[in-house]
Design a protein around this ligand. Structure first.
Ligand SMILES: Cc1cc2nc3c(=O)[nH]c(=O)nc-3n(C[C@H](O)[C@H](O)[C@H](O)COP(=O)(O)OP(=O)(O)OC[C@H]3O[C@@H](n4cnc5c(N)ncnc54)[C@H](O)[C@@H]3O)c2cc1C
Length: 374
């Protein structure tokens, strides 16, 4: 039987020998427009070799892989500077929800194309007036007899410009939480307009999505009518867990920063101390993450602590670029990997639930402190 060292060696040599499509880079959880073609090709290659959707049950094409195996794969991908899949949405967020709550038809239609990378998904949750307080969303789905008609607006929808399907939350009733349902929406449906938003780093990963009289069939609803909030919480819990695992990529970033500071002669005692502190934090994070996973329940609210620690450590690490680069930090992001990281670092403490919201979750659900007044 092979142990963790053999597994790591196998994965490392698989990744080293894998043919990398031209233009492939480790773009993070979601690709930009330029990453779509190489990212898709890479995902297909991983799928052909059984390296996508590792956590899915084997009957849906996954590996039923242990969390330790998934962690090793993620770490080795970070070291090889390649994405571990096309994006998080299909494999990590939509797939598990369909497996647990979808109809047999939905499973047979959507799971395999997610695994192989034939279908790209996006998450249509946030709205201009509903981010942290997601349950106040106003996009509405109304019955038209045999179908549903959807009207409203979504925002910050990562990867929507290139997605084939969106997983959408819409209001189907008056109750704040029980009046929300979840739908599968083909992004080519008439009435959908996607407008890319340009970010501070010059990339356009996220979008505004307008839904104007979009018709979807009765079987587009996931779970039961009014069950959307429950499914959304399951999906957001997984998102926090997945974002927590990105800790591994930080070691690579840290190594590169140390090398750049050494080469530029900027590694003075102050920077040296800051880098050492961050390195220690990264180890604490990695060990806390492993301990939490060993303890079992990956749906636990305690995983908010990993999302919180990961985002804030990543942001602080990215900020070190200014110390390493000095005046060169004013360069255009497309010309410098570190400037790019520094700008993107701002998003870490917002996406997947802000740091303030993670602290609220930890305070209320883990520490049992009095609830925030609403
Ligand atoms: C890079 C990126 C990618 C994203 N991708 C997607 C995506 O693909 N799909 C999608 O649906 N969404 C996506 N989002 C949206 C993300 O989920 C929201 O930005 C996030 O939930 C915060 O919502 P908001 O931006 O509306 O901020 P708001 O909720 O308006 O919050 C503004 C500020 O107020 C604070 N705040 C709000 N409520 C409280 C409270 N109760 N207690 C203390 N402080 C509070 C927040 O922490 C924040 O600092 C993405 C965001 C980013 C940055």
């Amino acid at each position: 039987m092979s142990g963790p060292v053999d597994v790591r060696d196998d994965i490392r040599s698989f990744l080293r020998n894998a043919p990398k499509p031209a233009g492939l880079r480790n773009y993070g959880p979601t690709p930009t427009a330029a990453d779509v073609a190489p990212g898709r090709q890479w995902h297909r290659f991983l799928a052909e070799h059984g390296y996508t959707c590792l956590h899915w049950p084997t009957r849906y094409g996954g590996r039923d892989a242990s969390v330790a195996f998934q962690a090793i794969f993620a770490e080795e991908c970070a070291y090889a500077d390649v994405p571990r899949q096309f994006s998080i949405f299909g494999p990590d967020l939509v797939g598990p929800v369909l497996i647990n709550f979808g109809s047999d038809d939905q499973k047979s239609v959507y799971l395999e194309p997610i695994r192989t990378g034939a279908h790209i998904w996006c998450q249509l949750f946030s709205e201009p007036g509903a981010g942290s307080d997601l349950a106040s969303l106003r996009t509405r789905a109304t019955r038209t007899g045999t179908a549903w008609r959807i009207d409203g607006q979504k925002v910050w929808s990562s990867g929507a410009a290139d997605a084939d399907f969106g997983i959408l939350l819409a209001r189907t009733g008056a109750d704040k939480h029980r009046g929300i349902s979840m739908f599968i929406v083909p992004m080519t449906a008439p009435g959908i307009t996607v407008r890319p938003l340009r970010q501070i780093d010059g990339e356009s990963k996220f979008n505004e999505v307008f839904l104007d009289g979009v018709e979807v069939t009765e079987d587009a609803i996931v779970g039961a009518e009014g069950q959307g909030w429950q499914l959304a919480l399951a999906m957001l819990g997984r998102e926090r867990l997945t974002l927590g695992t990105h800790a591994v990529a930080m070691f690579r970033k840290h190594e590169k920063l140390v090398a750049a500071a050494t080469q530029r002669g900027t590694l003075d005692p102050v920077l040296r101390r800051a880098m050492t502190r961050l390195w220690a934090r990264m180890w604490l994070l990695r060990l806390t993450w492993q301990r939490a996973l060993d303890d079992g329940d990956v749906s636990s609210s305690a995983f908010s602590v990993l999302k919180l620690m990961t985002s804030e450590t990543d942001r602080d690490l990215s900020d070190l670029a200014t110390e390493v680069l000095g005046i060169d930090a004013c360069a255009a992001p497309e010309d410098n990997e570190f400037v790019h990281h520094m700008l993107v670092g701002r998003a870490q403490t917002i996406l997947g639930g802000t740091s303030e919201i993670q602290r609220n979750i930890l305070g209320e659900r883990v520490l049992g402190l009095p609830r925030e007044p609403h």
